[in-house]
Design a protein. Structure first.
Length: 549
């Protein structure tokens, strides 16, 4: 046999022997441990036998259904993601959706239609050699789909976490709009803020025999009369009661109005906001003032027990004032360290809340006087853009922070506007039944002053002070004020009285501003509201048609 023939015969023999010894394919295992049959792969190399099938003819073309489904999905996603922002979004959030048209992609009704084809669709059996046992598909119900023109594209109501996300997005947008509106306005354009006042609380009143018309005022009724030098002595509660002063018990929360003999509201026990977070706000404000006092003491800028005109505490001032030899209104000057400490307090968010509450309470119970502040001080800051306003949420141009054991001597802030108001908020840890009262000398009142409460007093014409606290107690206070010289500067045409009198006809112009002696003081008394006139005064000042307020 030729060599080529022998090699061919050997190859055929080896192939036949390998075919005889070949075993059936074994199941294979993946790395995850799952087995799969090798016969499944054989179906891809050999075509399967034709299988019977049914067709269901829909009444709507497939491309129309797809376009409508995509449009519905886009609308739904826009509402959930907050992209679509309709004007009535808040109202839509609270509406109850009674019904909505069905979607062709939702599940069919629980009760199937009467006409349902129920013919099984047998498939070719498949055995280990390449077939599977037959099975039946579930019946396919036939239902009609409304044409796109008759369907209403209503956004579905979010449920569960989607509903909460939608509500949070609405709240965020409303807060952003409020912040934008507040940033675009000045404190003299916001007026009464019902969020920070106690407009709907019932206030009580306390009458006194004092007549505000008898209060001491300097010529022109811009500032008070210079008082005697303070004695530097703290008056105790037993001493005041022995002198005949009346004790006014107060919980520090519910408003109480102090009236003079003519029914004018001359002092306001404002209380505190009806907010469970308010005690936390007061504690944080007290911590901020304690921190700056500690820095001042460590830097040697202040020492414990150091006495000044109003007490032994550390006073820090910020804002705009005029008086005491100044040639024009200016920002209050401090040392470099005190400027830093005042800036820390002005930026504190908890102190800002206290400041805003004080200003809103002033607007609520003295609307006409508040309106006068807005008119004059707006003109001041517009004419002098170099002046820095202390807070953008308060009408007052200046503030005082009495840091630590803030118990004041008997004194009168005669440089303040004589017919103006001065809000004071108390903070710290002390027993208000035993000490820290505020007394109003001319009114013969001693008032309990709890921590967190706010009182508004006419500090420019009434002497006031505090009773001492116990040795282991602490007290702080936040005060706002407006110098009377600022109002006179604006009323005199943005100049001093000396400059006005130096001009031709200056004396006649000054007399026209001041009026005959006592006439301007009588005009100022009309800015104080009475209890039965409060509603009308608020409507007059804060009505929507009132420009600038």
């Amino acid at each position: 046999m030729a060599p080529r023939a022998r090699r061919a015969a050997a190859a055929c023999s080896s192939a036949s022997s390998a075919s005889a010894t070949r075993q059936a394919p074994q199941p294979r295992q993946t790395r995850s441990g799952a087995y799969f049959s090798p016969y499944e792969l054989l179906d891809f190399v050999s075509p399967m036998a034709p299988r019977p099938f049914e067709t269901i003819q829909l009444k709507t073309p497939l491309d129309t259904l797809l376009q409508q489904s995509i449009a519905d999905a886009d609308v739904h996603a826009a509402y959930l993601d907050g992209v679509r922002d309709d004007d009535d979004e808040e109202g839509w959030e609270e509406e109850d959706v009674v019904s909505r048209p069905p979607s062709p992609l939702t599940e069919p009704p629980l009760t199937p239609p009467t006409s349902v084809p129920n013919s099984p669709m047998p498939l070719a059996s498949r055995s280990p050699s390449g077939s599977i046992p037959p099975f039946d598909l579930p019946p396919s119900p036939e239902f009609d789909i409304a044409p796109p023109s008759s369907r209403v594209s209503t956004p579905p109501r979010p449920a569960g976490i989607e509903h909460r996300r939608k509500s949070e997005q609405n709240r965020t947008r409303r807060a952003r709009r409020r912040q934008t509106k507040a940033a675009q306005s000045t404190p003299y354009e916001r007026g009464l803020n019902p969020r920070h006042t106690q407009e709907y609380r019932r206030q009580s009143s306390h009458s006194t025999a004092f007549d505000l018309a008898d209060a001491p005022a300097a010529t022109g009724a811009w500032i008070g009369r210079r008082s005697k030098k303070p004695t530097g002595r703290v008056r105790t509660l037993p001493e005041l009661l022995e002198d005949g002063d009346e004790l006014v018990e107060w919980n520090g929360r519910d408003p109480k109005l102090i009236l003079d003999a003519e029914g004018r509201i001359i002092a306001i026990l404002l209380g505190m906001p009806d907010d469970p977070e308010w005690p936390h706000v007061i504690r944080q404000a007290a911590k901020a003032m304690a921190r700056v006092r500690r820095i001042a003491r460590n830097q040697g800028a202040w020492r414990v027990g150091q006495i000044h005109r109003r007490g032994r505490h550390l006073p820090l001032f910020g804002g705009v004032s005029f008086g005491g030899g100044q040639k024009k209104p200016g920002n209050l000057r401090n040392t470099r360290l005190f400027n830093f400490l005042v800036g820390e307090l002005l930026r504190d968010k908890y102190i800002r809340r206290v400041i805003g509450f004080q200003s809103s309470g002033f607007a609520l119970y003295a609307p006409k006087l508040y309106h006068y502040y807005c008119q004059i001080l707006r003109a001041l800051f517009e004419h002098h853009p170099e002046l820095i306003h202390t807070f953008d949420n308060s009408v007052f141009p200046a503030a005082t922070f009495n840091c630590g054991d803030a118990i004041t001597f008997d004194h009168c802030d005669f440089l303040n506007l004589v017919h103006g108001f001065c809000p004071v908020t108390s903070a710290g840890v002390f027993n208000h039944k035993r000490g820290a009262h505020i007394y109003l000398k001319q009114l013969r009142l001693v008032i309990e002053f709890p921590s967190g409460a706010t009182i508004i007093i006419p500090s420019g014409c009434v002497n006031h002070g505090n009773t001492p606290i116990q040795p282991d107690e602490t007290r702080f206070s936040i005060t706002q004020f407006a110098a009377g010289g600022l109002f006179r500067w604006v009323e005199y045409g943005f100049q001093t009285a000396k400059s006005l009198l130096a001009q031709v006809g200056g004396k006649a112009r000054r007399d026209a501003f001041d009026g005959v002696p006592g006439s301007r003081w009588q005009w100022a008394l009309g800015l104080f509201s009475k209890v039965d006139e409060l509603t009308a005064d608020r409507s007059l000042v804060f009505s929507p048609t009132k420009a600038g307020i």
